[in-house]
Design a protein around this ligand. Structure first.
Ligand SMILES: [Fe+2]
Length: 245
């Protein structure tokens, strides 16, 4: 089964903690293609004080990379979005419509600090929804509030309008046993809308391949298809609204 869509990957070189060189970007994209991904979205961090990337700089870097890769064989389709760290500054950027949204411009990838969810999260998600923007929450299984009560935390995120994006490698223990157990509990609840690689290095592609097999063993082929094909396609197209409203 191929045709997977990866909504979260750090292959834009030298802009964050992802790959450092074009050669590694190429190797990572080829590795993801080999485990079934036909489209991989670059989602570099936008996180003030840690990764001070502006959307304009990221667009320019991405255009340069695409130019460099023109003519390379065996690459998946590529596109650009960003992983927005949801602090005051980045919330402001998003609510003004100046973030790097997915595909159709209706969905934005957000991440939080691990220890606690941001204050005023529900109100801020509501503000985004008023702007017809749907927040996509990166790696919820790594957040401590999800460890304690996964089903409740997922339900409260769903009510706030967010959709949950599984980091596949959590299923093979890459982020520890708590994140792994939480990911399994959220799969059990069918709380995820889609799954992704969040790969940072060429070697991560092998973990992703193993993780997809683990997902298949836990949840079956239909869930693999939903989380890696139809869910991501709906997020790219901005068509998650019907399923949740
Ligand atoms: Fe990430």
């Amino acid at each position: 089964m191929h045709g997977y869509v990866d909504l979260h990957c750090h292959y834009l070189p030298a802009v964050d903690d992802g790959v450092r060189t074009e050669q590694d970007a190429l190797a990572l994209l080829r590795g993801l293609r080999a485990v079934g991904f036909d489209h991989v979205v670059a989602t570099p961090h936008i996180r003030p004080a840690m990764f001070d990337n502006s959307p304009e700089q990221l667009r320019a870097s991405f255009a340069a990379l695409r130019e460099q890769f023109a003519g390379e064989a065996d690459l998946p389709e590529t596109s650009l979005a960003a992983e927005h760290f949801f602090d005051d500054v980045v919330y402001g950027l998003l609510v003004r419509g100046e973030g790097l949204a997915y595909g159709a411009g209706r969905t934005v990838l957000v991440e939080f600090a691990y220890e606690r969810l941001p204050l005023g999260l529900k109100e801020r998600f509501f503000d985004l929804r008023m702007k017809r923007l749907r927040p996509v929450v990166a790696h919820p299984e790594r957040y401590e509030p999800f460890w304690r009560k996964p089903a409740e935390a997922a339900e409260s995120m769903r009510r706030a309008g967010g959709v949950l994006l599984l980091d596949l490698a959590a299923l093979v223990g890459k982020y520890g046993s708590k994140a792994q157990r939480t990911a399994e509990a959220l799969l059990e609840e069918q709380a995820y809308y889609a799954a992704c690689s969040d790969a940072h290095r060429p070697a991560d592609a092998d973990d992703v391949g193993r993780s997809i097999e683990r997902l298949r063993a836990i949840s079956g082929d239909d869930e693999v298809r939903r989380l890696l094909i139809t869910g991501p396609q709906q997020i790219l197209a901005g068509k998650v609204f019907d399923a949740f409203d």
